[in-house]
Design a protein around this ligand. Structure first.
Ligand SMILES: *Cc1c(COP(=O)(O)O)cnc(C)c1O
Length: 337
């Protein structure tokens, strides 16, 4: 079906992740059938979507003889936490840069959740002000590692480059097998999109396998035009890399109506989505990505975008550890930011 055997890969994730019904949420919404693909259960350091990307990225780091892996993200980045854990697994040092994207956040945001786990994994952590050119900062860090005699391997924010995207190409094949074996059909896929690698990998994978399922990205940072262009550019690179047909720009969709005041800022829709999914499904979403992704899904159901006979698959990209950095956002009324 799909041959990725030419790419080095180190197994880090628990795969396949389950596909499960969300029957109580579906009944509550009175909309389409809902399934959830549990990529919050990839296993690496409490799971999440970055584990799939890191299988290819860390393999490249090892092949290149790196002794230090560098990456960057927001303060409560799940990607940084999973990278720090993967580095531990492989006996590599890990150096990370965290960008202060919220101004004056509550102390939990700075100390709990992913931040505390980075420390537990022994990563070397440094901070940069919001709005910094994080890619340039990361390159400067890599240079510092080199000058000190080390061999750095730089993983971009979110692990979103063509190699990282292969993780989600592979996910599409995994999903296709599950749908066949469980005799399920999926009419739409919905998930949160940030650094673009997840959506680009999915679109490339669907193209490679000749599957025609609309993917509704729910943006968490950029306006639709910007995010769709970013996803499309990366999708092109991934289809090139694997020799799959290019994906037309018109097939790339990323909503921007669920971002609120910006990346990492809580919204009432996110708080409602996290609470509702917890209380109806016993399922934990996260405040930055999957909570806003689910807020988008709920709104699309309310708007009648899906027919009642259709089946919508929500890709749960993980991140629940971030809830501990955001408890304040669930206070009534919410405290701060
Ligand atoms: C990184 C992340 C996303 C977004 O995936 P991208 O590949 O960066 O677009 C979604 N959900 C969670 C929990 C994440 O950590």
């Amino acid at each position: 079906m799909l041959d990725l055997s030419g790419f080095d890969r180190i197994r880090l994730a628990h795969l396949p992740t389950p596909v499960e019904p969300m029957a109580r949420l579906a009944a509550d919404l009175g909309g389409p059938n809902l399934l959830v693909k549990r990529d919050d259960c990839t296993g690496l350091a409490t799971g999440g979507n970055k584990a799939r990307k890191l299988e290819f990225l860390m393999a490249a780091a090892v092949r290149e003889g790196a002794d230090t892996v560098l990456t960057q993200g927001a303060v409560q980045s799940n990607h940084v936490r999973q990278t720090a854990a993967a580095a531990c697994r492989l006996g590599l040092k890990c150096r990370v840069l965290l960008e202060e994207r919220l101004s004056n956040p509550p102390s939990q945001y700075e100390t709990s959740g992913n931040v505390w786990l980075n420390t537990l994994f022994g990563a070397e952590v440094a901070y940069r002000p919001g709005g910094s050119d994080m890619a340039a900062e990361l390159d400067a860090e890599a240079e510092a590692v080199r000058s000190a005699g080390g061999v750095p391997y730089v993983i971009p924010g979110g692990g979103s480059n063509p190699l990282g995207g292969l993780g989600y190409v592979a996910m599409v094949e995994e999903l296709a097998i599950q749908l066949r074996d469980q005799k399920l059909a999926v009419d739409h896929i919905v998930h949160a999109t940030g650094s673009a690698g997840t959506q680009a990998g999915i679109l490339a994978g669907l193209s490679a396998l000749g599957m025609d399922i609309p993917v509704h990205g729910i943006g968490v940072r950029f306006d639709s035009e910007t995010q769709e262009s970013r996803v499309h550019a990366l999708t092109d690179k991934i289809t090139d890399l694997i020799g799959a047909p290019a994906v037309p720009r018109a097939s790339v969709r990323a909503a921007d109506g669920y971002i609120g005041d910006g990346y990492g800022h809580p919204t009432p829709g996110m708080v409602n989505a996290v609470r509702t999914t917890a209380q109806l499904e016993g399922l934990l979403l996260d405040p930055v990505y999957s909570g806003k992704g689910m807020a988008g899904l709920i709104d699309l159901v309310h708007k009648g975008v899906f027919s009642r006979k259709e089946t919508v698959l929500f890709l749960h990209t993980g991140g629940a550890v971030g809830l501990f950095g955001y408890q304040w956002a669930f206070d009534d009324p919410p405290a701060g930011a």
